[in-house]
Design a protein around this ligand. Structure first.
Ligand SMILES: [Zn+2]
Length: 196
């Protein structure tokens, strides 16, 4: 007989309601918020739509830009709807988005809250560069080694190249005679988005 359901992992329907957004690149909205998307036109827009789609809050307030792929994912998941489309172009069953709008209002301050820790975010925060030498980073390094209680956290994990990571080994930077090029910090979602 089988007992498939694992105890700590119930269906939890109440938790599924939260709107999850991809990284959003904030734009300057200090002026007239409604003008921000309607004033861009022509060549300016075609340059933007090649890689990104403007994202509006449910209130039409511009939140920033998301990638085309992320925009389509949000439309497919019914998190957002196409608000302005590129004429004569489609993306599957949908019009090709130039501007999408969230179906539910999200507080813009949310963007400026600390980002939840995730491995990929460390590479983004550190620009995919080794925190010790600046070379291309493909590994993550515990500043205080995991074997000595170092946590997986924004403040204890940095991107590192393989040579630096193995040179450092099971030591702290000081013990290994290595210097961090910057002090690790907890990024906001907006900061990650701006670097992604
Ligand atoms: Zn390195």
């Amino acid at each position: 007989m089988s007992n498939g359901g694992s105890p700590g992992c119930g269906p939890g329907p109440a938790r599924a309601q939260r709107v999850r957004l991809p990284p959003v690149t904030p734009i300057n909205t200090s002026r007239n918020p409604r003008a921000a998307h309607s004033s861009v036109s022509g060549e300016e827009v075609s340059a933007v739509t090649a890689t990104s789609v403007a994202l509006l809050n449910a209130s039409y307030e511009p939140l920033g830009k998301v990638s085309f792929k992320q925009a389509m994912r949000m439309v497919a998941r019914k998190v957002a709807a196409v608000e302005e489309a590129v004429e004569g172009r489609t993306a599957g069953p949908w019009p090709w988005p130039r501007v999408i709008r969230l179906l539910r209002y999200v507080s813009p301050t949310w963007l400026y809250r600390p980002a939840g820790w995730h491995r990929g975010g460390v590479f983004i925060r550190d620009g995919h560069r080794c925190a010790y030498c600046g070379d291309k980073a493909r590994t993550l390094d515990h500043i205080l080694p995991a074997s000595r209680g170092g946590e997986w956290s924004w403040l204890n994990i940095v991107a590192a190249c393989e040579p630096c990571n193995s040179r450092k080994g099971n030591r702290t930077p000081a013990e290994a005679g290595m210097r961090l090029r910057f002090q690790p910090y907890v990024p906001t979602r907006a900061q990650l988005a701006a670097r992604a």
